[in-house]
Each structure stands twice: as structure tokens, then as C-alpha cells.
Write a protein that binds this ligand. Structure first.
Ligand code: ADP
Ligand code: ADP
Length: 231
């Protein structure tokens, strides 16, 4: 699903060019759950932004489902993101002015899905995330765990091939954190590939493999369990 080879990303500040990613290579198979770990500043966010097609690498290759992404124009990346990728963030990133239903409906509006089909898909995924009883509430009327369930609903309503999760349990207590990890594991077991950045050793145990970054390079890659085995 994902093949990254000799990827580099540099940022120029003043006269200095610093490499946030310096020759990173790895593969993530279809259906795999991968965790990316490493200390602050090692390049995790930069890597997730590239894998999520939000940003373009400076050099190297990124293939997604056989397509070369590196070097694509921003509008081409935007097109590829739609329907293929779903994002889950640490701070949920829901739109405060929209209800739960409307937040989850938004990606389907971008995909020009008609209204009755949107209603059907949104209600189905809200029920799946056990948050349908809150469809007319606004994000600030919900607990953190509930907001993250809405955010996951929004990420998966389009049936994406890949979910990118940036510290998905970072703002949750352990009970809600475990619930979110169980939901991600369920989605993965149904075939969705997941790439998750985390600082949590507990969360990393849910992944098939852990890619450890250090100073913009892959330091180690550890296999927790084989693809196709249940946690
Ligand atoms: P992490 O997510 O692991 O904390 P980042 O990917 O955010 O690491 O950052 C990796 C390195 O790249 C850091 O040294 C950071 O300062 C630098 N960096 C990231 N984004 C930018 C940017 N937009 N401009 C300049 N430097 C950046
Ligand atoms: P669920 O309906 O998903 O089982 P609950 O209804 O048991 O969840 O959630 C506990 C209650 O506490 C809810 O009414 C929820 O809105 C409320 N709640 C918890 N934390 C917050 C918060 N930070 N802000 C607003 N409401 C909160």
C-alpha cells in the first residue's frame, strides 16, 4: 500500500537547511497497522504529513497503491486524498459550529454524495461508533472520548483505504484511550490500513509493527505480530 524510499524533507530557515527526514525508507502492506514512534523533533509529524499527502517530500519516492505521489501538484494530492485517506488527530479537530451529524457529513459533501445517501452513511457510522444519540449535539457538548469517536466516524465515513492517526489518544484518559484503540483495531481487522504516530507504548502494542525514528532516520523497525494475526 505504502512504499517509501530514500525520502528526504528539508526546511530552510535563514541560511540554514535542516533535514527533518534524512533518507527514510520503509513499506507498509495493505491491511497493516503501523506505529511511528520517536522523541520530539525526530520527524514524525513531517513524515505523517507526507504519507497523508498534505506535504511534498524534497526528494525520494513515495508510492501509494502503486501511484507515485512525490512531485505531484497540490491539487493532484487533494484529489487523491479524497475518499482514499481519513485523518484522526490528537485534538479531534471537529468544527465547533457544526453538529456531530454535520461534521461527519462533510467529507461526503466534498465527494458530492447525494443527500439521502449521506444521511444513511452518516447514521450508520455514528451507530457503529456508539454516538448516534448525539447526532444533533455540538462538539463542545461532548466529552473528549465522545469527540474522538465522532472524529473517527468522520475519518471512516468515506470508507478510506488508509487512516492516519496523529496521537489519537493523546488527550484522552486511559479508559477512553483503550476504547479508541479498540475501534482503530476493529477498523484495521476489516481491512483498513492504519499509520499512527504515538508516544504511548501501550498504544504501539496494538500495531503490527513499530517504526522508530531518530534524527530524521529510521532507527529500528520492530514487528509486534504478523499481518493476519489478531491482537
Ligand atoms: P516530531 O513530529 O517528531 O516532533 P517534526 O516532524 O515536527 O518532529 O520536526 C522534525 C524537525 O523538522 C524538527 O527539527 C523541526 O524543528 C523541523 N521542522 C518541522 N517543520 C518545520 C517547518 N515548517 N519549518 C522549519 N523546520 C521545521
Ligand atoms: P455515552 O452516551 O457515549 O455513553 P455518556 O452519556 O455516559 O456517554 O457520557 C457521560 C456524560 O458526561 C455525557 O452526558 C457527556 O456529555 C458528559 N460529559 C463528560 N465530559 C464532558 C465534557 N468535558 N463536556 C461536556 N460534557 C461532558
Amino acid at each position: 500500500m505504502i512504499q517509501i524510499k530514500n525520502l528526504k524533507k528539508s526546511f530552510r530557515t535563514e541560511e540554514l537547511e535542516t533535514y527533518a527526514l534524512n533518507d527514510v525508507s520503509f513499506k507498509i502492506a495493505e491491511g497493516e497497522f503501523a506505529a511511528i514512534m520517536g522523541p520530539s523533533g525526530c520527524g514524525k509529524s513531517t513524515l505523517l504529513n507526507i504519507v497523508g499527502m498534505l506535504d511534498d517530500p524534497s526528494s525520494g519516492s513515495y508510492q501509494f497503491a502503486g501511484h507515485e505521489i512525490s512531485g505531484l501538484k497540490e491539487y493532484q494530492r487533494t484529489e487523491l486524498r479524497k475518499g482514499n485517506l481519513g485523518f484522526v488527530f490528537q485534538s479531534f479537530n471537529l468544527i465547533d459550529e457544526l453538529t456531530v451529524f454535520e461534521n461527519v457529513e462533510l467529507p461526503l459533501i466534498y465527494l458530492k454524495v447525494n443527500k439521502s445517501e449521506r444521511r444513511e452513511k452518516v447514521l450508520k457510522v455514528l451507530e457503529r461508533m456508539k454516538i448516534a444519540h448525539r447526532e444533533n449535539h455540538f462538539p463542545n457538548q461532548l466529552s473528549g472520548g465522545q469527540q474522538q469517536r465522532v472524529a473517527i466516524a468522520r475519518a471512516v465515513v468515506t470508507n478510506p483505504k488508509l487512516i492516519l492517526a496523529d496521537e489519537p489518544t493523546g488527550n484522552l484518559d486511559s479508559k477512553n484511550g483503550v476504547e479508541v484503540m479498540n475501534l482503530l483495531t476493529e477498523l484495521n481487522q476489516e481491512g483498513t490500513t492504519i499509520v499512527m504516530v504515538t508516544h504511548s507504548n501501550r498504544d504501539a502494542q496494538y500495531a503490527h509493527k513499530v517504526i522508530n525514528l531518530f534524527d530524521g532516520k529510521v532507527a529500528t523497525e520492530n514487528q509486534n505480530r504478523e499481518l493476519g494475526t489478531q491482537i
